[in-house]
Design a protein around this ligand. Structure first.
Ligand code: GDD
Ligand code: MN
Length: 368
């Protein structure tokens, strides 16, 4: 039988821990194909959460406790995952809040997705059937919805609707592979970092709907300002899409710079200048994307395949050129020349960037 370990981080959850454990173990009784083990990771809660857990260990045989320093939610998970991997040999690790915001009755649904082949199951509040609490005020709702959208768009990974909610089931190999990479993310941003790492290593992500309920007892430990800052910083530093856009910007500067010098100073003919400047930018884009934006799927060094990829890259880039030429002709034909630069910016942002990002991902730096 396979083992699933539910890692339950707690900080001052003395009012919730008894009920959440009771509900988890009640559900566990109904699951035949899995052994369910719970590991509570308590950051030395002053309210003595750990004392309650110790007592409950007499009642539940599959309950472990790890006491750590107070170093943030992410750090609690890192310690909990390491300990679970070392001592309990799990096939699957769960992340779950201990304040009953996450309904233990959903556990079998997560396991079913794993059985069906998922590597990483996300409990999403934003797909059909999922929800955030109806009683949340407008700006809390907005904060949560917008936050998730910013991360989705920042990574240009629209297929994942939920990045922040910490209710997940993850195959052990995924966690094992990334535990070291995650060490710097000690706070709530850990959730985003873990999912991003899993996606980059090609883990198969699946979502199930969950209804997030507000905690009734105790209080949230999240520091919103710090959390927003860390999350935006993470997305900015780790998004292939943002790096790709920056590389495109550098390409534009190269193209423009060469054109300027060739035409203004060297008096080289325009058609020749354009070929040289555009191709130099394309080579720079190809190199920087391979080294930086898509480094997690860097192309193999074998000469023929690299050449072939470069050729495909050129074809896609030529596509951009054609789209832009047609787009500019059509828009200026319809609306006149007056705002041509506006059309150009709109076409680049809404057509060229998504188009090339999509095809580079599909044809050159293929998803694993
Ligand atoms: N061990 C430990 N150490 N546990 C912690 C710590 C810590 O420093 N900080 C928080 N926890 C525990 C809480 O006791 C609770 O069980 C769980 O982590 C979630 O913390 P809450 O304080 O209830 O935060 P939340 O409800 O705002 O967090 C939820 O939403 C976040 C943002 O969407 C969770 O789902 C988070 O995982 C999520 O990132
Ligand atoms: Mn909570």
């Amino acid at each position: 039988m396979r083992t699933a370990v539910i890692v339950l981080p707690t900080y001052n959850e003395s009012k919730n821990i008894t009920e959440v454990l009771e509900r988890i173990f009640n559900v566990a009784k109904t699951i035949d194909q899995w052994t369910i083990h719970v590991l509570v990771v308590d950051s030395n809660s002053p309210d003595k959460t750990s004392e309650i857990v110790k007592k409950l260990q007499n009642k539940y045989t599959s309950l472990s406790l790890l006491i750590t320093e107070k170093e943030g939610l992410g750090q609690a998970y890192i310690h909990g995952f390491s300990k679970a991997l070392e001592t309990l040999h799990p096939y699957v690790l769960f992340e779950m809040d201990a304040d009953l915001s996450h309904n233990p009755n959903d556990i079998p649904k997560f396991l079913k997705k794993i059985e069906e082949g998922a590597d990483f199951v996300v409990g999403s509040r934003y797909i059909l059937g999922g929800s955030i609490p109806a009683n949340w005020g407008l700006h809390r709702k907005l904060f949560s919805i917008l936050g998730n959208w910013i991360v989705r768009l920042g990574f240009m990974k629209l297929s994942v609707t939920e990045w922040t909610n910490g209710y997940r089931a993850i195959k052990s190999w995924v966690v094992k592979k990334h535990l070291d990479d995650l060490k710097g993310y000690t706070g709530y941003v850990f959730q985003v970092a873990l999912l991003d790492n899993a996606l980059k290593s090609g883990a198969k992500i699946q979502e199930i709907p969950v209804n997030f309920t507000d905690r009734v007892k105790g209080s949230s430990k999240i520091d919103s300002v710090e959390y927003i800052y860390q999350t935006l910083k993470y997305v900015f530093l780790n998004s292939s899409f943002i790096k790709f856009a920056i590389v495109g910007g550098i390409g534009f500067i190269i193209d423009f710079g060469i054109s300027y010098v060739f035409i203004e100073n060297l008096k080289i003919v325009v058609w020749m200048t354009t070929i040289i400047s555009a191709e130099t930018a394309i080579i720079s884009n190809f190199y920087l994307n391979n080294q930086w934006s898509f480094k997690h799927k860097r192309l193999s060094r074998s000469e023929s395949s690299l050449l072939w990829s470069f050729l495909k890259f050129n074809i896609i880039a030529s596509g951009s050129l054609i789209i832009q030429t047609v787009g500019m002709s059509v828009t200026t034909h319809i609306f006149g020349l007056e705002y041509w630069y506006l059309y150009k910016v709109i076409i680049i942002i809404f057509v060229i960037i998504p188009y090339s990002y999509f095809f580079y991902n599909k044809l050159v730096w293929k998803d694993k």
